[in-house]
Write a protein that binds this ligand. Structure first.
Ligand SMILES: [Zn+2]
Length: 500
């Protein structure tokens, strides 16, 4: 009988663990590592080619017997189950989102869009059928409806999928963790050994050779609530150091049913500003600049000496430190927000705007760090909290939000006096510019203004302002408004009659 209980997906996190592998063991691990990643690439290549040839998505039960790998059969299945298959599915999941976006923003008719949405949702990009059965709810009853797919849409969905393949590279496993489960290793608690209480017994690439690695839990591991598993990740950091992580089944935190919303605005002074007035990560950019400057200076020195920076230990170490700092800071700040406010929704500026409005204003060295590490880490961390706490993360287009008064709604470039000061030219409202921008994000969310383009954002903002002016409480601003609007390029082409 099928059980219905497994509706709630379990969450797993690989958390740092200490290990005490000696030099010779580390050497073996490094070799094993290389072979493991090679095998992962081989297995992926096999299922990818099969998918393209057969034109039907591969399932978890795919027969992988005939694939020839370097490591043992046990390793092969572990690699497929834990690494290759999940990577393959998430790559196609991203394809679905990418293509859905293209369909949504196209000028196609609703009927064509519907056909394409269905094909895309079911992953029928490569062999679209002539018709598809879908279930529709009608007065609480489920009915089956047949949707015919036009020749043109069959062709189009293929094209859209190929466009995705062109822009999103097929995954490689050269940085993938070596995952150890009960097929390839064993976690042991020792009662006799005095020095080490926990061990991992690891199969290697050599038949009948096993490694015993002494391990120990870290505070960080213990602090996270959840259930231990006997799955381990062996990874290599940028410095080439072997690290071990143990997977924990994380308990999902229940957030209150209360609707608590917070909006985060990216700033140039502090990383995040909330609508409640917190300025978080005030030294964030300065510290990054410090690291980036050091790295730049060293790089110039090395180049003068004709040394490839990638061969310099100091250079690698500095880059590593910068990466650690960026990651830790972002995680720390977002954790603090989650702890402080029992949240159900977080609104953030669209990350594209983060790039344009914030990242691009820094010198090149800082820019590189933020693009490479910062953006990705913010995305990862937000995804993590949305999974663990059930917090909904909504990206909002912030265009013009820093120039719009959240009191009267007036949009004007001159409203933002300086990077930090906002003062409405119309009603005189004053506030920290970033706090004020984040409050506008909340307004946009409340009003359902999920604007997609800059132009549309401005148009909606102007419409809202004009609607405001009709209200009794803004009557006193009329004559001043008319005067200001004639000088404001945003309101060009707007006739006086639309104001009255
Ligand atoms: Zn105002």
């Amino acid at each position: 009988m099928k059980s219905l209980k497994n509706k709630e997906e379990k969450l797993y996190r690989a958390l740092p663990y200490k290990h005490f592998a000696n030099k010779s063991k580390l050497k073996t691990i490094r070799i094993l590592f290389k072979l493991y990643q090679k095998d992962a690439n081989t297995i992926f290549k096999y299922i990818w080619e099969k998918f393209i040839k057969s034109k039907t998505p591969i399932t978890k039960r795919e027969n992988i017997k005939q694939i020839k790998t370097i490591l043992s059969e046990r390793y092969k299945y572990t690699i497929f189950n834990y690494l290759v298959y999940p990577t393959y599915s998430s790559y196609l999941e991203i394809a679905k989102n990418y293509i859905k976006n293209l369909i949504t923003h196209s000028t196609l008719s609703e009927e064509n869009k519907l056909q394409l949405y269905i094909l895309n949702k079911r992953g029928l990009w490569l062999n679209p059928p002539d018709e598809i059965q879908i279930k529709v709810k009608k007065e609480n009853k489920e009915e089956t409806k047949t949707i015919k797919i036009s020749q043109q849409n069959k062709h189009l969905i293929k094209k859209l999928f190929h466009r995705y393949l062109k822009t999103n590279k097929i995954p490689k496993f050269n940085n993938a963790p070596l995952i150890v489960d009960n097929k390839t290793g064993e976690f042991q608690q020792s009662k006799t050994s005095k020095k080490f209480k926990q061990w991992i017994r690891l199969s290697t690439h050599i038949k009948r050779q096993v490694l015993y690695i002494p391990v120990e839990e870290t505070d960080y591991y213990n602090q996270r609530k959840g259930k231990d598993t006997n799955i381990f990740h062996i990874t290599k950091n940028d410095l080439g150091t072997i690290e071990i992580k143990r997977v924990k089944e994380i308990k999902k935190e229940n957030t209150d049913t209360q609707e608590n919303i917070i909006a985060l605005d990216f700033g140039l002074k502090s990383l995040f500003t909330t609508n409640k007035g917190d300025l978080l990560g005030r030294n964030f950019f300065e510290k990054i600049k410090e690291y980036a400057d050091k790295i730049d200076k060293l790089q110039r020195n090395l180049q003068r000496q004709k040394i490839n920076p990638k061969q310099s230990k100091r250079y690698i170490k500095l880059n590593f430190k910068l990466k650690q700092f960026t990651k830790n800071e972002i995680r720390r700040i977002i954790n603090r927000i989650v702890e402080r406010y029992k949240l159900s929704i977080i609104l953030v500026e669209n990350l594209k705007y983060f790039l344009k409005q914030v990242i691009n204003k820094f010198p090149n060295s800082v820019k590189r760090a933020l693009i490479r590490i910062g953006r990705k880490e913010i995305k990862n961390k937000l995804k993590e909290i949305s999974e663990e706490y059930g917090i909904q993360v909504v990206e909002i287009n912030p265009a013009y939000s820093s120039q719009t008064c959240n009191n009267c709604g007036y949009v004007d470039k001159e409203n933002r006096k300086t990077q930090e000061k906002f003062e409405c030219r119309l009603c005189g409202y004053k506030l920290n510019a970033d706090v004020q921008a984040s409050r506008n994000l909340i307004k946009r969310f409340d009003k359902g203004m999920f604007v997609c383009g800059r132009k549309q954002a401005l148009r909606l903002q102007i419409e809202e302002f004009i609607a405001n002016l009709q209200l009794e409480r803004y009557k006193c601003l009329w004559s001043k408004a008319l005067r200001l609007l004639t000088q404001n390029p945003y309101f060009k082409g707007l006739s006086d009659s639309s104001l009255t």
